[in-house]
Design a binder for this molecule. Sequence first.
Ligand SMILES: Nc1ncnc2c1ncn2[C@@H]1O[C@H](COP(=O)(O)OP(=O)(O)OP(=O)(O)O)[C@@H](O)[C@H]1O
Ligand SMILES: [Mg+2]
Length: 221
Amino acid sequence: MGTFLKLKNINLKYQIGKDSINVLKNIDLNIKKKETVSFVGESGSGKTSLIMLIGGLEKPNSGKIIFQDQEITDLSEDEVSEIRKKNIGIIFQSFYLIPNYTAAENVALTLELNNFKNPEKEAKILLDRFGLNNRFNNLPSQLSGGEQQRVAIARAIAMKPELILADEPTGNLDTENSLMIADIIFKYVKEEGSSLIMVTHDIKLANKAKRKIRIKDGKIK
Ligand SMILES: Nc1ncnc2c1ncn2[C@@H]1O[C@H](COP(=O)(O)OP(=O)(O)OP(=O)(O)O)[C@@H](O)[C@H]1O
Ligand SMILES: [Mg+2]
């Protein structure tokens, strides 16, 4: 089998006016299919930046990222976004649902954009799986935080991506909802055999992953 995800000597700088900050320094990382990994580290250490790079939402200043045998650092933004749409599901701390779309429409949109048949029906099946069968028509503002995150997860996994990126997926939730969200994510990963890269401050959640990677000052420890 080939390379699932490989980062080779990645450097990322942010430029603010005249100042540049080296956010990620000489990152080497190799993640296999079906692996579950958590990134832990202090605030500002570069965890979100690393997730953005892996998801192709940010480009490194130097180094290579290889995803499923393809060097994505060579590709155009459009090409990267095509790959992301089909293969990578991203879950953020703040759920980023579309405010004027209902729960079902938020999930259906992803399916529609990927030319699925019956996107609304498929969306409802997914939401039902996450205990939201009586919330299809609620707008995000009419859902609790835990419910919004479940909609966001349903949307992220709608395409059955082989890689899930989750940045503090339980960061805005209470303990009870955090446990539920963690269960949903790990159950999906196990059932579908996908890989997971998750950032979390929650040690219990971090420990659920097979591999824990500590990031300090933009470097892997
Ligand atoms: N778009 C940006 N422009 C300039 N600097 C940025 C930008 N995004 C992040 N930074 C800086 O890069 C560093 C790493 O940020 P990042 O968001 O990756 O940290 P993090 O480890 O996710 O932190 P937290 O745990 O607080 O979410 C921080 O010092 C931050 O101030
Ligand atoms: Mg962050």
